[in-house]
Design a protein around this ligand. Structure first.
Ligand code: GDP
Length: 424
């Protein structure tokens, strides 16, 4: 039985918490795309953790965690994250890494940084983790796979060819120092040794365990609106965070995914540039930002304050559609308890026309939000565990969203901890 947990918005919907929670009843948790460019925050009995490379199942000894072929592996960050867990007394996680996954190289990070600097005010707001240059090179077929670490001749030749071009660009286009290919090669051999016990054919592993009826969770990073094909291009990420891609990036048959849980945030937040129709500013935004998440809405990777907005039902319905969601988990509902009235963006005004269809980027940039106001509940709902016990206006808010999107909300998260959850 395979389930996918994916974001319906811009990311930071609280997928880490939901995955960590559902991992208790899973055998395997798989990351299928992205790298260290986003963080998943998990709060459990061990404390608070911001994971970047590691899957969200690593706190359970019975779970095998997989970094699939679709992911972008930054070995340095991966090893540091593992060390940090060890220092905090977490049992060594059961982690395996696909031998077909590719590696984030030092030049990817340099190009990410220098290109954003070159773009200046036109920059995309990249986390500068090297992810866009990484995927560009992957599809340009000049990426380095994990398996190359164990074939030194091939690795050396690849690094030689790649640095020839990269160094030309680094020195001439950006006026930067070249990369020392020999050093990179030696470092990679060292990294290769360190991770070798974890490296294997994860696709074969998953296929075998599928046949045995094991419970598999596929964990998406970011959200549908950041998808390069269906999202707000070019303000997107560089790999697909959609459940449809999960089969590819993990290495399982698409028809095995029986449940797609789209995580939907009770308000909106966004990192990076691009149109964000229901965005709010000033005092209104800082009030929501400070109350959001478990310690304010600040990027888990960069610490940047997130852009804030009201719930955008148009964008979220679209996000759930492209995810192919079978049910929803509505998160961070507790955060809205301070408001007298809560705006929900139910349509867009574009050049004087009203639409509730999510448009292409040039039109989205012109869209103005049309709000419906719902009454607030003005109390702390974080201790409530049964849906019937929620204040009437909180239920009204949930049901309005459910009706608008047309997909059942089966989970409501009302606090950052594992057991802050209402199941319906
Ligand atoms: P992810 O990348 O989708 O996993 O999202 P984040 O790591 O950015 O998670 C969002 C933040 O909200 C984190 O700080 C979580 O600890 C926190 N969080 C998750 N669910 C809830 C919730 O229901 N209520 C509150 N108050 N915080 C939550």
């Amino acid at each position: 039985m395979v389930k996918a947990i994916v974001g319906a918005n811009w990311g930071d919907e609280g997928k880490g918490k939901i995955t960590d929670m559902l991992a208790a009843e899973s055998d395997i948790v798989v990351r299928f795309q992205g790298g260290s460019n986003a963080g998943h925050t998990i709060i459990n009995d061990y404390g608070k953790f911001a994971l970047h490379m590691l899957p969200s199942g690593i706190f359970y000894e019975h779970v095998t965690n997989v970094l699939g072929p679709g992911t972008a592996i930054n070995i340095d960050i991966l090893l540091k994250e593992l060390e940090a867990l060890e220092e905090r007394g977490i049992p060594r996680p059961n982690l395996i890494i696909s031998d077909r996954a590719q590696l984030v190289m030092p030049w990817h990070i340099l190009f990410d940084r220098y290109e954003e600097e070159r773009l200046g005010s036109r920059q995309f707001g990249s986390t500068k983790s090297g992810i866009a240059p990484f995927y560009a090179d992957k599809y340009y077929k000049i990426g380095i796979q994990v398996c190359d670490l164990y074939h030194p001749e091939i690795l050396k030749e690849k690094i030689g060819c790649i640095t020839e071009v990269k160094n030309m660009l680094l020195t001439t286009l950006y006026g930067a120092l070249p990369v020392d290919g020999e050093r990179v090669y030696n470092e990679l051999l060292r990294f290769g040794e360190k991770i070798s016990p974890m490296v294997r054919d994860t696709t074969g592993f998953l296929q075998k365990h599928l046949k045995e009826g094991k419970r598999i969770l596929l964990e998406g990073q970011l959200g549908a609106l950041k998808d390069p094909d269906h999202g707000i291009y070019p303000y997107t990420t560089s790999s697909s965070p959609l459940a449809g891609f999960a089969a590819v990036g993990a290495g399982i048959p698409p028809y095995e995914i029986k449940e797609v849980i789209a995580v939907v945030k009770a308000y909106s937040s966004c990192v990076g540039a691009g149109p964000f129709v229901s965005e709010i500013f000033g005092e209104e935004a800082s009030q929501l930002r400070e109350r959001g998440g478990d310690a304010g809405e600040y990027g888990a990777t960069t610490g940047r304050p997130r852009r804030m907005g009201w719930f955008d039902a148009v964008a979220t319905r679209y996000g759930c559609t492209v995810q192919g969601a079978t049910c929803l988990a509505l998160t961070l509902l507790d955060v809205l308890g301070y408001l007298d009235e809560i705006p929900i963006c139910v349509s867009y005004e574009i050049d004087g026309d009203i639409t509730d269809t999510f448009p292409v980027t040039p039109l989205l940039s012109k869209a103005k939000p049309v709000y419906k106001m719902l009454p607030g509940w003005k109390c702390d709902i974080s201790k409530i565990r049964r849906y019937e016990d929620l204040p009437c206006n909180a239920r009204r808010y949930v049901e309005f969203i459910e009706d608008f999107i047309g997909i059942p909300i089966k989970m409501i998260s009302n606090g950052p901890r594992r057991d802050d959850i209402i199941l319906r």
